[in-house]
Design a protein around this ligand. Structure first.
Ligand code: ES4
Ligand code: ZN
Length: 319
């Protein structure tokens, strides 16, 4: 039995496996610039975050209908459940779809079709978190929040993702204020490639409850003391950090040091179809590469429920 856990940092578009991408391409009459799934998988050699994002957004061309989004989420939930995931807080990027002419309603209704059946089918509870693309203008994020208004009963919170460098959290102050006023929970990617100052801004300007990644806090001892003292959860993604070259090899990943520093760490898969593993694979990999003890793995699993947006009763039932 795999350790029961929650997954808090997972981009649903990043669960698009090459085989499903080709199946959806055929169904929708979309031409992909790769011969087959094998050739596509061979293209998954990234030099940084941007080189990954270029391929990632390109492949989304195959996602067009509600059924596509439902099939995508079904495939993820089945794999996640098999690896012990009992609760998943799932990111999606509306702007990556609306920019291609796919309405936000198609995305949300399609995902909801799958998520509505996830408890009964897979024993997984779910939440949706809508992310804004930080390399797009703040006005576009505000327009996205406006377009999401008919669907807010399905959306738990907002996040911030895509290319970090040069796009500080403060750029999105207004949209996060508006989201908070609508009762939405707030998270943001920070300190993945960006500096520790972006982590501070996400907390102080955007009012986030969790930091997605937060890896680079380790360059700033005062920030580490604050994050540990305030028990701010960090949703770390060690396999992502290796594939996007934030760390050279998994053995160099600071996860163990971060836990020893008293940080509230969780371990997540980010974009598992691209980075070589789902969250159970990630637990296994950090166990092997970093020599984490069983008790430390249990701490990571416990943290994942504590840091989730489940209320206390739901949380007890999930773990
Ligand atoms: C992402 Cl690894 C990562 N970082 C930032 N934005 C993203 N969107 C999907 N994966
Ligand atoms: Zn991410």
């Amino acid at each position: 039995m795999p350790l029961p856990k929650a997954e808090l940092h997972l981009h649903i578009e990043g669960t698009l496996e090459p085989e499903l991408a080709f199946a959806l391409a055929a169904r929708n009459g979309v031409e992909l610039p790769f011969a087959d799934a094998e050739a596509l998988r061979h293209a998954y050699l990234f030099k940084d975050l941007q080189s990954f994002l270029d391929l990632y957004y390109g492949l989304m061309a195959v996602l067009r209908t509600e059924e596509d989004f439902a099939d995508l989420a079904d495939a993820y939930l089945e794999r996640a459940a098999a690896q012990g995931v009992r609760h998943a807080e799932i990111f999606f990027d509306p702007q990556a779809h609306t920019a291609r002419g796919v309405p936000i309603g198609t995305v949300v209704e399609g995902l909801a079709r799958s998520l509505d059946r996830a408890e009964e089918r897979h024993g997984v509870s779910t939440r949706l978190i809508m992310c804004f693309l930080r390399d797009e203008p703040a006005e576009s994020a505000l327009a996205t929040l406006e377009a999401a208004k008919p669907y807010l009963h399905r959306i738990t919170g907002v996040g911030l993702d895509s290319a970090e460098t040069g796009h500080p959290p403060s750029k999105f102050r207004a949209v996060y204020e508006a989201a908070a006023a609508l009762g939405l929970r707030r998270v943001a990617h920070a300190g993945e490639e960006g500096p520790p100052a972006y982590i501070r801004e996400a907390l102080d300007v955007l009012g986030v409850e969790r930091i997605d990644h937060g890896l680079r806090c380790m360059e700033d001892a005062e920030l580490v003391t604050r994050l540990a003292g305030e028990r701010i959860p960090l949703t770390l993604c060690p396999l992502s950090n290796v594939r996007l070259r934030a760390v050279d090899v998994l053995e160099d990943h600071p996860l163990a040091r971060m836990m020893e520093a008293g940080l509230m760490c969780t371990v997540n898969s980010d974009d598992p179809a691209y980075f070589g593993g789902y969250v159970g694979d990630t637990f296994h990999a950090v166990h092997e590469a970093l020599g984490l003890e069983d008790e430390q793995l249990r701490e990571l699993a416990r943290n994942s429920f504590l840091a989730s947006f489940l209320d206390d009763d739901e949380e007890r039932r999930a773990r």
